[in-house]
Design a protein around this ligand. Sequence first.
Ligand code: MTE
Ligand code: HPA
Ligand code: MOS
Length: 756
Amino acid sequence: MKNYDSEKHVKGESQFVDDLLTPAGLLHIIVFASTVAHAKILKIDYSEALNSIGVAGIITSKDIPGENQIGGIIQDEPLLAEEYVHFIGQPIALVVADTILHAKDASVKIKIEFEKLHVITDPREAFQKGELIMSPRIFASGDVDSTWLKCDYVIEGTAESGGQEHLYLETQGAFAYPLETGGIRIISSTQGPTQVQRASAKVLGLPMNKVEVDVTRIGGGFGGKEDQASTWGCIAALAAWKLNKPVKIILSRQDDMRMTGKRHPYSSDFKIGLSSAGKVLAYEVTFYQNAGASADLSPAVLDRTLFHAVNSYYVPNVKATAISCRTNLPPNTAFRGFGGPQGMFVMEAALYKASEVMGIEYRKLQELNLITEGDTFYYGQTIENSTIQRCWQETNTKYDVDSIQERIEDFNRNNKLFKKGFSLMPVCFGISFTNTFMNQASALVHVYSDGSISVSTGAIEMGQGVNMKIRQTVASVFSVDIELVKIESTNTTRAANTSPTAASAGADMNGKAAEIASNIILEKLLNVAAQKLNVKNNSSITLKDGYVYLNSTPELSWFQLVQAAFQSRTNLSSQAQYAVPGIYFDRTINKGKPFAYYAIGTAIIEVTLDCLRGIYEFDSVKVVHDYGKSFSFVVDRGQTEGAIIQGLGWMTIEEIIYNKDGKLITDALSTYKVPDIHFTPKEIEIEFLENVKNDAGIKGSKAIGEPPLMYGIGAFFAILNAMKAFNPDKEYKLSAPITPEKVLCELYPENVNSLV
Ligand code: MTE
Ligand code: HPA
Ligand code: MOS
């Protein structure tokens, strides 16, 4: 597996924030955080803690030289609590000491008194009490109200989807030290260096040019470090600034799980109207998003839920309302799919319910309603060069779905306590940040006089292989060995005003910027070659495999060319920006063309359910996916497998439970179950759709980071189908995750109660 970092990862040589060599005198932080979910702070006594061994200082909101505000979209999030606390784990003060243990010892000596206030954990309760992050957002087209009467079937229901813990291997953290120039440098585990820079500058009251953020790589983010790394970056920066010392904060796994936000749980109501032939005529949906205590990225996540509210289907009349509800939980945040999965799940639930009521197979209903070429999604973007139909058809034929169905029915006839189920899941995921302005990236490329190449962009390597893709892109522009290309750390002094590496657009946007910057240098090199080879212009000159060709004769090596350019004082450095062309969205009417293109595919998921125990195993996941013209097969396959398994986990075994006091019950890996090798489907088959190309993506490819996660949604319906094979008369709840515990309770409600 030739990812850029693979070898170092395997040897344990890759450095993460906590691995860096740190200077003598380094201080460590323990965050003193709220233990109640909603309260007024009456009194805090730091005196004993301050006198504790090794303590260098205790920092509170009063010590903040700039603004106590880190809200990215809405300014509603203090870095350190002032009068009130709004969730368990909300930072109140920073205990800074010479060792972690001394900081811990001191932090338990802080005495605090709260006046407890009413705690809300349920989004619907928040909605009823008017606790909203912002006014509801409504996307609509056509007219649902006048369509219901024309429908042969109108089906209503409720669907729930749960949160999800990011569980990046590297927990949140940062290391900061003051600079002699009166600024500060922050080494942060973040997907968004500019976000950390901007927030820290604000908190410290400094201009952005005095705050430098540097990231070599991060040990996973999955969206959890798109905005929420800023908290820890700011905390390290604030302590370093106040104490004028190098300071590090690394969250323990349990603190990370308790203090940081997760995927947004949604509770949704749907109403779907169909013709007797199975065409969806109208769809109305209301999403109650559990945002947690402050906005964070919730408004943007909400937008993507609306964009993907009809998944891959064409629906002529749609009304989708999305409500971001303020609860007393840690602020929920970006998570692979960014609200898209939550929207798609409700659509699939509605189709599934309709299929039951109408007695039409679910997959037939899916197929009947797939959007076709030239149709327009309800927010105004028309489907062009769509492979939705092709992926669906090829999945059906390549894997012979009819025979899968026969085999499963046969198995179910012959087995009483084990039942199998399967389901198809089409995915159509828009590629671009939903906020148009964020679709920009920059790159800085240097060709050194020895022919080696240095590339800086705004992209963060988090395991997804973006560095590999950018490296391949630059190597192919110059047609040199990939070993000559080095990807530098991501640093705010080399790439400014960057968007976070997110929305699956990191490789596309930063790759394109690197490609443009490289092409500027290439053009100059070709001119140098033309001059040296005494030809008028550079049109007959090409670079290939490290050589300069005049027509088809190799004349100079790459090294000789670069030397010649350097000797003739040619600029061998270039900076470029890439702004995704052709996208716009009008927020006054909620119409536009927000996405550069769509990532598309279809999966089949097969499950075997042990109806006595409620446990299940995934027999297979089989996919046909449109990767465009993939140029990093290993990376793309790895992303697909990882995302599928993460999606399966979200839908099935990963269950986040807060009690009514807002306390996280599942705050360790003993109580929060994530997929492991035993959970992984026995078979994962991935077919790269052939003869496709995508000019909007890097080197003709398509973004891959998030889309396959949504194949996991099929797992939920595959399990429901297996449950139906066991007990066909029950109406099952549309409530994810469908844990083994839930399966058992649903299959045997009376028996379970009598056992208790
Ligand atoms: N893959 C790994 N190994 N680790 C991660 O943290 N994050 C995912 C995805 N794949 C992630 C990952 C998310 S949420 C996104 S948005 C994309 O990678 C971001 O990278 P890209 O834009 O380069 O695809
Ligand atoms: N995806 C991820 N992050 C974002 C987006 C998005 O669509 N919009 C704003 N931040
Ligand atoms: Mo990914 S949720 O856009 O970081």
